[in-house]
Design a protein around this ligand. Structure first.
Ligand SMILES: [Zn+2]
Ligand SMILES: [Zn+2]
Length: 164
């Protein structure tokens, strides 16, 4: 059974994630950074997978003083300490989502870059089966399906039609 977008659960509240962030910041003797907190909550609240550029734009819109390079640095920090995960989407590069999310897979359109999340127990058990047959244990998986979405297929058909 395939469950799409709406059913992917967040496994932790933003509040509890922020407390964890404070603990890491304290342990690493870093300064607290409003920008770091802002980016983490932006990613948490986002319904999509955000690119560094989109995050930088959101900061700008909110009149936060920021640069793309500091966004990159913060994202790297957040990923290193397990607050966010990245997916290599397509030519547009890495996109980020909150790590405390139910395990899921991604379908990525190579035409428009849209990303659909889904859960499929069959894929999971198949992976475990394959690993077991090789006497291994699955540690993590990163299953992505690259597609042309419905919209892009229709657009391509339209373009082909115009070319005739
Ligand atoms: Zn598309
Ligand atoms: Zn996702």
């Amino acid at each position: 059974m395939i469950a799409s977008n709406a059913k992917i659960k967040k496994l932790e509240t933003l509040e509890s994630i922020m407390i964890r962030l404070q603990k890491v910041v304290l342990a690493k003797r870093l300064k607290t950074s409003k920008q770091r907190e802002y980016i983490l909550s932006l990613i948490y609240k986002s319904k999509t997978h955000l690119s560094p550029e989109e995050i930088a734009n959101a900061l700008k819109k909110d009149n936060k003083d920021s640069s793309l390079s500091s966004v990159y640095r913060i994202l790297q920090f957040l990923e290193t300490y397990g607050f966010v995960t990245s997916i290599e989407a397509d030519r547009s590069g890495k996109r980020y989502e909150i790590a405390a999310k139910e395990h899921h897979y991604h379908i990525i359109c190579l035409g428009c870059g849209s990303i659909v999340e889904f859960i499929d127990d069959d894929i999971k058990s198949k992976q475990e089966q394959i690993a077991k047959s090789l006497k291994c244990q699955v540690v993590s998986d990163n299953f992505r399906l690259f597609v042309l979405c419905d919209k892009c297929i229709n657009k391509q058909r339209g373009d082909d039609f115009l070319r005739l």
